[in-house]
Ligand binder design. Structure first.
Ligand code: NAD
Length: 485
């Protein structure tokens, strides 16, 4: 085992879980055993919640300009430790080192946004009638929880950590049991940055501890990122217990390619979107709809896909089950009559025979009712459908239950605006394969890709992590009494 067995992080200390149930942490890169992660007990969680509640009084009363100083220092520490954090990320998740560097750079951008929060939460004040002032303040909620998936071991935790904590909350983080190591390093860096003990805590586990989080009366709000099945479970359970909840789910993102799209640029974007992070991104292009004759662009997509080589510029998928699932999807599509133009099944990387790799896969002549067209595959696979018109393409996109992202490739501004208006997704791209809105804009899908109100990052997150206090004040008695006094 490369690293020691993992511990929870409670009240500024790494502590052994009360549970004897553990899971191995295996590197997808080469199958090496990295560590083992405890499946914490409800008592472990309770200890963490008590520590966070104890820290909340002082932290929430610390002025926000002081609170964000921690995140200025944390940003500096992310920069200083970027290479080490990136290699840890690649080791436990399997993505390439370049992708991990980009992930930590994104953590830095997320932290920069949090340092700007004092400028964004000033509240409002207005003299609403003679001598009477109304004023609003953003007040932190208390102890909040963040439950995260495997595909971004550092970035998704940092979607919530800087904003929630800078806004005055104390947090329980539940990392993915598949990539639990990075969150321990994040805890160490936050402490080094001067975050008081108890403000940030890490409790490891799987679905059992997630459900305990949803049930714990000391937790005010739950943010969740993961598959739609789990997001529904968390949203239902947390809101049944009267908690505020924002639960982001899975995705099936459609790229609509028009015949006037610039071929080389389109092909590069399509392939980068479907194969980046081995297709394990909720923003990955997974379905493409070619409108009219786009054969010349599909040829270029295949050429680009062949340049993506497992173990060189394509990382591993998370585990053996995932590799088998992805390959099953490809085989099933082939059996149903789709044409495999580039086949990533059976990929092997020399010297890393126990790694779990799937090569880039391009499937053409997919029918809209095939599983590869409708279900989230979460691998480096693009399923191409053909239509005659943009309306038919939009009908396929609209019929999908998810709604994270959709993109159109065209040089026609009218068509681009039409797709922005008619695609049923929260994040739309024009000539962009991965249309992630960057700070200060917020991230969040629609439909079965998100349950709850608002978005998880950017300005929208302020509403999720705070409650509004409204005060009405009369300073001058000579103003007299009127209808609202
Ligand atoms: P997952 O749903 O299996 O696990 C996510 C988290 O939920 C983990 O911490 C896990 O321990 C916990 N969990 C697992 N099953 C649960 C259940 N039944 N009830 C409650 N909690 C449960 O997801 P994953 O495989 O780690 O991540 C991949 C998924 O996450 C994909 O579907 C991807 O699209 C999605 N994702 C979505 C976004 C987004 O912004 N919408 C971002 C990243 C990932």
């Amino acid at each position: 085992m490369k690293y020691p067995a993992l511990k929870n992080y409670i009240n500024g200390e790494f502590v052994v879980s009360g549970s004897s149930r553990t899971l191995p942490v295996i590197s997808p890169v080469d199958g090496a055993l990295l560590s083992e992660v405890p499946m914490s007990t409800a008592e472990d969680l309770h200890t963490a919640v008590e520590a966070a509640r104890a820290a909340f009084h002082k932290w929430s009363k610390t002025p926000i300009k002081e609170r964000v100083q921690v995140f200025f220092r944390y940003k500096f520490l992310l920069e200083k430790n970027l290479q080490e954090l990136a290699s840890l990320c690649s080791e436990e998740n399997g993505k390439t080192i370049g992708e991990s560097v980009a992930e930590i750079e994104k953590c830095i951008e997320l932290t920069e946004f949090a340092t700007s929060l004092p400028q964004l939460v000033t509240g409002e004040v207005l003299e609403v009638s003679k001598g009477v002032e109304c004023r609003t303040e953003h007040v932190p909620l208390g102890v909040v929880a963040s439950i995260v998936p495997f595909n971004f071991p550092s970035m998704v935790p940092n979607w919530t950590i800087p904003n929630a904590i800078a806004l005055g909350n104390c947090m329980i983080m539940k990392p993915s049991e598949k990539v639990p190591i990075s969150c321990g390093r994040i805890a160490e860096l936050l402490k080094e940055a001067g975050l008081p003990d108890g403000v940030f805590n890490v409790v490891h586990g799987d679905v059992e501890i997630v459900e305990a989080i949803c049930d714990h009366p000391g937790i005010e709000a739950v943010s969740f990122v993961g598959s739609t099945k789990a997001a529904k479970n968390v949203y239902q359970r947390a809101t049944k217990n009267y908690k505020r909840c924002l639960a982001l789910g899975g995705a099936k993102n459609h790229l609509m390619v028009m015949p006037d799209a610039i071929p080389a640029m389109t092909a590069q974007n399509v392939v980068a979107s479907m194969s980046g992070c081995a297709g394990q991104r909720c923003m990955a292009a997974s379905a493409m709809v070619g409108v009219a004759n786009v054969d010349h662009i599909i040829d270029k997509i295949c050429d680009e896909a062949r340049k993506v080589v497992p173990g060189v510029n394509l990382g591993a998928v998370i585990n053996k089950e995932s590799k088998e699932r992805i390959e099953r999807y490809i085989t099933e599509a082939e059996e149903q009559g789709a044409k495999i133009l580039v086949d990533g099944r059976g990929a092997k990387v020399s010297g890393k025979e126990n790694g779990t790799y799937v090569g880039p896969t391009v499937i053409d002549y997919v029918k809209p009712d095939m599983a590869v067209a409708t279900e989230e595959i979460f691998g480096p696979v693009i399923s191409i459908m053909r239509t005659n018109t943009v309306d038919e393409a939009l009908a396929i996109e609209n019929a999908n239950p998810y709604g994270n992202a959709a993109s159109v490739f065209t040089q026609n501004g009218g068509v681009a605006r039409y797709v922005i208006d008619h695609a049923s997704a929260g994040m739309i791209g024009v000539n962009i394969g991965v249309p992630v809105p960057r700070e200060p804009f917020s991230f969040g899908g629609w439909n079965e890709s998100k349950f709850g109100v608002g978005d998880i990052t950017g300005k929208s997150s302020i509403e999720f992590w705070t409650k509004l206090k409204k005060s009405t004040v009369k300073w001058n008695p000579e103003a007299g009494v009127n209808w609202m006094s």
